[in-house]
Design a protein around this ligand. Sequence first.
Ligand code: XUL
Ligand code: CO
Length: 438
Amino acid sequence: MAAPAFPDVMRIRYEGPKSRSSLAFKHYSPDEKVDGKTMRDHLRFGVAYWHTMRGTGGDPFGPGTAVRPWDDGSNSVANAQNRARVAFEFMEKLGAPFYCFHDRDVAPEGKSLKESNKNLDAIVKVLKEEQKRTGIKLLWGTANLFSNPRFVHGAGTSCNADVFAFAAAQVKKAMEVTHELGGAGYVFWGGREGYSTLLNTDMKRELDHLAKLLHMAVDYKRAIGFKGQFYIEPKPKEPTKHQYDSDAAACLNFLRQHDLLGHFKLNIETNHATLAGHTVQHDLETAVAAGALGSVDANVGDAMLGWDTDQFPTDIYLTTQIMLVVLKMGGFTTGGLNFDAKVRRESFEPVDLFYAHIGGMDAFARGLKIASAIRRDGRLAEFVRRRYASWDSGIGAEIEKGRMNFKKLEACMLKKGDAAPNASGRQEYLENLLNEFI
Ligand code: XUL
Ligand code: CO
């Protein structure tokens, strides 16, 4: 048994709002029930392996700053195996029930696909042992189809058919290991599936190819008996100028057009929605309306910066609004709240990883409790219900039932002379109402 990587950190416990300990939960009390379900089961927190275990703090202006004493800095399988054990020490001490990874986060890429697959198997063996030892589960797996230079023109949308084939092989393997580890889901994030200039791009052909890749994944899922949920994760920009999966609506349209909608749900990430010019609630609601909200990548951007800063969410207003949508849809089934977030470059010590996750978990615990209280109170839902009351009877109900047409509606209005007066939208009143609970 190796020496602990976080010797000074004990298991993070719930100490309540009065606690002054920085390494304790003030609000996340995993066994406490909210609306008949434990907070653990409501929130289904996941740790993102790529940020937490592989993030270095590097940026375009300077190298990484992160101090990670357990990491020997090499690309060896032994180092990756050790890192996997450290990941589980971290998650066990934190009390995170889930984690998520890309194939290339957990295992080094080899000189050939064969060697990469072998490396991955060697790490999956450790992940499996550690899952068994700790009870921590895999929320979702995915393949990194964007870092290696071969994916310079994309993966499923590459102009190079060989690259498409390589991507398919990589997804196949990543699906197999996700299945082997009992993953509850598998994510497809677009990576470099987009373009920088239309001058060199056959957009229709690229999109058709992407659909082909996803259909092959659906077929292979059936072939190996993988029962986890497939997700698409929308993002509008970064790394390419125009990402095909730019937002929830674009993803849903793509899935519908290519007859894939029944096989996929969406994994909505806060900072991706905001980069698309939406609030995260907008993209969550868009997904829910299509019966396709699967999971959430929990993070937040910076209002001052126009890129994917992947910060830990600490804003109670935000977490409340996310949890209002999640509760409205009846909670997560296969999905959860995966912290696709990283500590700042200036927060380079190992203990900062704990502070970051504790903050995110407490913020969501509060969001959950507040959202639940708002729902129990009922005034917000009642306001919205009443706002649409004209659709519950009379002309509105007839339209909804499909019993109306232009001629009948014209006759109605000719008789009535004008529409009934409108009522106030009461935005300020509703904002005050929300603040009563926050
Ligand atoms: C990139 C991003 C990815 C996906 C998984 O912005 O969010 O890490 O979550 O590939
Ligand atoms: Co993400």
